[in-house]
Design a protein around this ligand. Sequence first.
Ligand code: ADP
Ligand code: MG
Length: 673
Amino acid sequence: MASDPTQPLTTIKGIGPGRAELFARLGLFSLNDLLEFLPRSYLDYSRPKKIADIEDGEAAAVRIGFIGPAKLFRSKTKVTVTTVSIGDETGNMTASWFNQPYIMKAVPKEPGGYIVGTMDRRSGARFLRASFMKELPGVVPVYPLVKGLNQASVRKAVKAALDACLDGVEETLPKRIITEYGLIPLREAISEVHFPKDPETLKKARRRLAFEDAAVLTIVLEKLRSVKKSTSGISFNTVGILGEFLPLLPFEPTDAQYGVMNEIALDMASDQPMSRLIQGDVGSGKTVLALYAMYVAAKNGYQSVLMAPTEILAEQHFKQLRHFFGERAAILTGHMTAKERREALAGIADGSTIAVCGTHALIENGVEFSNLGVVITDEQHRFGVRQRAAIGKKGEAPDTLIMSATPIPRTLSLILYGDLDISTVRGMPPGRKPAVTKLVPERKRADMYRYIEELIADERIQAYVVCPMIEENEELEGVRSAESLYEELRGNLSLRIGLLHGRMKNGEKDELMERFRKGELDMLVSTTVIEVGVDVPNACIMVIESAERFGLAQLHQLRGRVGRGDKQSYCFLLTGSGSKTALERLRFLTETSDGFRIAEKDLELRGPGELIGMRQHGISEFGAAALAMDIETLRLAKECAASLLSGPEDESAKIIEKAMRKYARSLENVAIN
Ligand code: ADP
Ligand code: MG
């Protein structure tokens, strides 16, 4: 009899309230959470490796062909080192242990059996953190951790949850589908993804889970789409409006922009609500498209709203709205006086305001529109189902536009945004200079910073320095945290340097950004918090530390933060990596500034899981099998979901139920059936 999977972790033997709290910090509360807690990676000990073939840093199992006598050294400071020499037909290595004198007893006297550990080749072949095994341990899961928990305790807990609940896991897909798409059963997939028999089965397990997630997502999006299809929206009159709009622009739109304006006009004229995603690189000129939709609305006597992720961006948009709508434009942000806010709200409520922009506050607070016709969200490059479902609640089936600066290859966006129509703005308006991008090896670090120091002094420009986010438990050699780099640079450069990181309060962040914007700082060292919505025209230099740790799309996004003004901009990708593939990946970025080509390359090299915040789309929550997820599997899952939805009800009941349960919170505002 399987246990109830919703039971708390304290029902597992050995997990008391204290331990449970540690697990809670990993987001694990119930037995089911453990089943769905996917390993971060795996160590493959399913086959022994030859000593000569083990790379530096690689974890491997070695069949013991020769073993010397174990030796114990004790230093004056009482540190002990145990060493033993191990060999096979390809070579020798030394296994060593610090402060583990008891290991002496575990060292076998005879060859045979296996030793498992991590190779360190910096000073000869040394095998670290090694242990002896009679049998090969197979493929071992590696879970994300928090301080106080180790791999062994998480593995044990997962094992206990599997023992208790696996038998109760219900199959979500009909037999026919499982056979047709070559899937393994759900129960087997869950078990294998934690403790795989071998690498092949692991692959099948991840594929099944990724397939399941993508099918679930597709079902939810299809439901959303059909709800939208069946509601009738506003049919705007669009005839002749473009001719009035164009003379108000300071430039001639590009062909790409004209194309999208045409799509918008068709959507707005139709009596189904517009539901469109506009994708285009940073600087590709999406704002004018939003303005056009707002202009059409206004000409039809309807209000429109443009929501931006930051106040800075909202202010920028407001300037444009003033130009088009004069006194009938308004802005709403968190930083207004009570009086300003009251006036803005009054104008929005009585309809004297026709076009509004602002931050998230617009949607969340009780803002009442008189007749809202168009809702636009800008720069929502991490836009999940939840937000999409909640948007547009302010009007009666208003037309909606979402503008995203993260180009996603078409194949992928069709799956992730299955409920939306998609427009793409390719290319850039004429006259934009792409950033000069250079790959800088670690040994040139000091030279590079000297050069930047000079550039800043000569050109009177400013620089961002971005460091990768380092997790609490990660120990990474050669990767600098923002804090330590900040100290280092402050000591070495005669520049005014600021430090911005995620743990700062919002007020502090804004203040620092403001100082940078005013030019009171020459250089801003930060984590990736600057990724969204920062616009400092005088910041023309971007340095990215440990660039190999970022995805190409993310690097491109970061690079988009510079080159907003007239001056030449620069992007330096600093890397200590010697890996050929890593360097090739980074070099690609020095050769192109086309976000779509970069996104496609990223997809090809790393798979979709890494490309965008899959979690936002609900994909990685269970199937962070994303790691192994390939686009073809996603496509098949989408096709399968569509066929289930149009097939007999008893075949799709289970997976639809799962979809509704998983997305319950996102969908609560949407009447579905
Ligand atoms: P994004 O797509 O990042 O929102 P913007 O809409 O802010 O880009 O446009 C970036 C800059 O390019 C703005 O200064 C805008 O005025 C300018 N721009 C947009 N379209 C054109 C065009 N067709 N010709 C010249 N400049 C343009
Ligand atoms: Mg924009």
